[in-house]
Design a protein around this ligand. Structure first.
Ligand code: NDP
Ligand code: ZN
Length: 357
């Protein structure tokens, strides 16, 4: 890892990129913008693989920006800091999630809901142009380093298990935020639909917040794991549960019957949708069915702001809530994507960036 000798120097980086929606991952050399006064340079040690990486790399939501280096579940070590950085020093651990910058001035940014920047200046970690650096494409975490404004880096204590911290930066915050938004507390009946990377975190947080938790999965493969995490019931899509739920979180990344879940809500119950199926197969809800199944609420949730991400990380470490992870090498990324789309994956693959060739 090279440390810049002055703040005007671009930072050389080595990552893994796809060059088209059908492409395989290949080593990719590029450079990042210089370390500005408020920036930190982070040596990436671990990068989680989120299903959003697959949707993006395969242009399933919209045409991607290629070459694309995905990865927004990043944990690493600070190796250089800009002149005005106060939150980090060299040697600290840092986490970086789905955003690396925003305008900082609009109402949303002031409320630390930077993902909703009203000036449209949220810079997502990859597959996005960097509006603050000549609109160059931003590259993600399947890489040996990243330069980020200190305001968008999460403080990680020195004793934290970094490979478990990485997935918290997206899977953690994306499930923690709606559970808090819906006010889960002791006795809240929570169901989690889709039991993968996000779903397993939703189960663990909901249990920690006192909820009675049910899991809906495609098959019984991970039934035991659900009970080990504290779930009280487990269903597959062919089951017809009798119980009703105060909150259902859907993390399903494919087409599915949304109405079937709305029908499982208690009166006044809420369906929080975080799963983002490909645009070609986005499920539709007939509005007449919202009327016939009335007085239940449906809302979407998009990651979480930086302040809440720090809160989530602190909550996770205090309560020892960690993802189930499987470490892989960068050479295994294509296989991991294949497994995640064919039902062969367990929970979260994490790339050990130090095992790059
Ligand atoms: P994973 O692939 O890790 O998990 C998805 C899970 O859904 C798998 O366990 C899969 O089952 C299960 N599943 C698939 N189809 C069904 C179905 N019909 N019924 C029940 N379960 C089903 O994905 P992630 O958890 O990483 O991501 C989930 C989704 O969330 C993605 O669409 C992703 O883009 C989105 N996302 C949204 C964010 C937001 O801010 N809103 C942030 C991050 C991610 P199996 O184990 O059998 O394959
Ligand atoms: Zn993600």
């Amino acid at each position: 890892m090279q440390t810049p000798t002055n703040t005007h120097q671009r930072i050389p980086a080595k990552g893994y990129a796809v060059h088209s929606k059908d492409g395989k991952f290949e080593p990719f050399a590029f450079s990042r913008h210089p370390v500005g006064a408020n920036d930190i340079l982070v040596e990436i040690l671990y990068a989680g693989i989120c299903h959003s990486d697959i949707h993006s790399a395969r242009s399933e939501w919209r045409e991607g920006i290629y070459p694309m280096v995905p990865g927004h579940e990043i944990a690493g070590r600070v190796v250089a800091i800009g002149a005005e950085v106060s939150k980090f020093k060299v040697g600290d651990y840092a986490g970086i999630g789905c955003m690396v910058n925003s305008c900082g001035e609009c109402e949303a940014c002031k409320k630390s809901q930077e993902q909703f920047c009203e000036n449209g200046k949220t810079v997502f970690t990859y597959n996005c142009l960097d509006y603050f650096h000549d609109n160059e494409p931003h590259y993600g975490g399947y890489s040996d380093n990243i330069v980020v404004s200190e305001n968008f880096a999460i403080k990680v204590p020195q004793n934290a298990p970094l490979e478990k911290v990485a997935p918290l930066l997206c899977a953690g915050i994306t499930t923690y935020a709606p559970l808090r938004f819906s006010g889960v507390k002791k006795g809240t009946k929570v169901a989690v639909a889709g039991f993968g990377g996000l779903g397993s975190m939703a189960v663990k947080y909901a249990v920690a917040m006192g909820g009675d938790v049910a899991v809906f999965a495609r098959n019984e493969n991970k039934k035991q794991a659900a009970f080990t995490m504290g779930a009280k019931s487990f269903y597959t899509s062919t089951d017809t549960p009798k119980e009703r739920f105060d909150l259902i979180i859907s993390t399903i990344p494919e087409s599915y019957d949304v109405l079937a879940y709305i029908k499982l809500l208690a009166y006044d119950g809420e369906l929080a949708i975080v799963g983002l199926p490909p645009s070609a197969v986005v499920p539709k809800i007939p509005i007449s069915q919202l009327v016939y199944n009335a007085n239940r609420k449906v809302y979407g949730s998009l990651i979480g702001g930086i302040k809440e991400t720090q809160e989530m990380l602190d909550f996770s470490l205090q309560n020892k809530i960690y993802p189930e992870t499987e470490l892989i090498t960068p050479q295994d990324i294509d296989t991991a994507y294949e497994n995640l789309t064919t039902g062969k994956a367990k929970f979260r693959y994490v790339i050990d960036m130090k095992r790059a060739n």
